[in-house]
Ligand binder design. Structure first.
Ligand code: SF4
Length: 224
């Protein structure tokens, strides 16, 4: 029996990726926008990221498939990441008159524990969550991706896409499990990864049930 609705998620990701690529093409051709994103640039991988709990199964499976040494390194990186994040906070209140934003910005950044820091590649690229798949920098200046520059401003979250919404609906209605008590949908990655790690560590843990009827309806384009 399939333990996770991975196929549904992967198909939804493929449709979402196609939509994002189409949106980038439109931004380039119709608006003349420049999109500096390229392989190996991981400037956005130190930004806090919103992840749906339904993005977790592919991440868990991808980490479970890694060699032990790599999993151990990720575990160390998660601890380090949480330390950096708790020291820096997610984002300061920019209306605070006492805020020194440049000083805040230049504090060490919480680099995603799933990033290969040498190559700048995502170690779970095919399984990366919607927030990463839809995060595209649209800017005139590639310097927007300079992580050291406190004035930089990047990122357009292409999250209004119906595929993403449909996927969220599909998952919300078809997936039930141990995460049931978690407030639905949007949680920040740190807490999600901590939860995900419990699943990585114990492969006997099952937390998803997939409902065939909901998948059929979703694939038929019905509202679910
Ligand atoms: S999951 Fe991958 S793409 Fe997303 S922030 Fe982490 S390293 Fe970057």
């Amino acid at each position: 029996m399939e333990r996770y609705p991975l196929r549904v998620i992967q198909d939804a990701y493929a449709a979402f990726d196609e939509h994002v690529a189409g949106s980038i093409e439109l931004a380039r051709t119709q608006n003349g926008s420049k999109v500096p994103c390229k392989r190996g640039c991981s400037a956005c991988c130190s930004e806090p990221l919103i992840v749906s709990q339904y993005c977790i199964p592919p991440i868990v499976e991808a980490i479970r498939a890694m060699p032990k040494g790599q999993r151990s390194l990720i575990r160390v990186r998660i601890a380090e990441w949480l330390r950096v994040l708790s020291n820096k906070g997610i984002h300061p209140d920019q209306t605070d008159p006492g805020l020194d934003f440049a000083a805040w910005h230049q504090k060490p950044k919480p680099v995603c524990p799933l990033l290969d820091r040498e190559s700048g590649d995502c170690t779970i690229y095919e399984a990366r969550p919607l927030g990463c798949r839809g995060h595209v920098a649209v800017d005139e200046e590639p310097s927007a991706c300079d992580r050291e520059d406190p004035t930089r401003g990047v990122g357009v979250l292409l999250f209004t896409d119906p595929v993403a919404r449909t996927m969220a609906h599909c998952m919300a209605h078809s997936v039930r499990g141990a995460e049931r008590d978690v407030p639905l949908l949007l949680l920040l990655l740190p807490s999600m990864l901590r939860r995900a790690w419990v699943l990585v560590d114990d492969p006997s843990l099952d937390y998803f049930v997939w409902l065939e009827e909901i998948e059929r309806r979703w694939r038929a384009g019905e509202k679910v």
